[in-house]
Write a protein that binds this ligand. Sequence first.
Ligand code: AOF
Ligand code: ZN
Length: 366
Amino acid sequence: MTDETYMRRALELAEKGAGWVSPNPLVGAVIVKDEEIIGEGYHERYGQLHAERNALAHCTKSPKGATIYVTLEPCCHHGKQPPCTDALLAAGIRRVVIGSKDPNPLVHGKGIRILREHGVEVTEHVLEKECDAENEVFFHYMQTKLPFVILKYAMTLDGKIATYTGASRWVTGEAARAHVHRMRNRYRAIMVGVGTVLADDPMLTCRLKGTENGANPVRIICDSTLRTPLESQIVRSAKEIPTILATCNRQEAMHMPYIEAGCKILVTPEKDGHVDLSDLMQQLGQLGIDSVILEGGGTLNWSALQAGIVQKVQAYVASKLFGGTEAKTPVEGQGFHTPADAVELTRTKITALGSDWLIEGYPVEN
Ligand code: AOF
Ligand code: ZN
């Protein structure tokens, strides 16, 4: 077995924390002695044990002299949990194999240094690209204090998100829709415009199949003038599922009924007659929200692209055609003047989901 093989297992374990550790990183750890895995663990819940301590706790044999594979550099600071470096040294771990360096300034390289100073052999950069990708949200949030925003939409092969009558149930098939719900579990918040609430009265919850238990995302409605109906499903369930209304309306008397219903109100300056999305992202970041799925209509999506807040695009493409000059498309607004002005995506990836496709990519910063 190679270092990569064990690191791949550590990555699989890290993934199990998806949806439960935000805004902390997803971290997995595997302890190996004499070519045998003697302990495994991952960061399971925010505020709880880190991956390394969980793996040590699950060891079936003494970890003295063993090697630990961990997807992220072990921490060396006191946060909600004590330093993992202390636990590794106390357990007599002889070698530490690391995927990503921790971008947290309290750790960043210091964890590695402490281990080496104590005579532990440290191997860095094993499956580093994969480990960095696993924590793309954590890296972005740690470095910018802004949420990682995923622009998500489902469209037909001719680029429509609904028929000309506005009907959108369903554009894609079941496999793609199940994937959407896994994403709602994975990311911390979901954002729509008030138009979507008025048209569809959605719940925006995470509904996973079978026994899988999904965490509901925080729901954010961009509603510059506060038109969200008090009797909408989202407002009526705001005491159970965190809900934020982002508005330019500063009249506190207008806020009161929403606050009484359990909603949180965030006021932003006005930008072209809408909520200022850059300002909103700063406020969400301060609230600890590390990631947002943007399921806007075409107007909100265009504003988000123009504001430069989008880190990733996820387009679900159905193998069908709706046609119609009036049928809505994912990104509306004025649009760019020339092809040279376009938002370009890099590191694109395509995945088959039943008879549909998921196309993902990262906007190139201009
Ligand atoms: C690790 N293993 O499993 C995790 C790490 O408040 P705390 O104590 O949970 O600390 C959170 C920070 O610790 C987080 O920002 C990151 O730097 C590191 N997370 N480190 O070695 C883990 N979850
Ligand atoms: Zn730690």
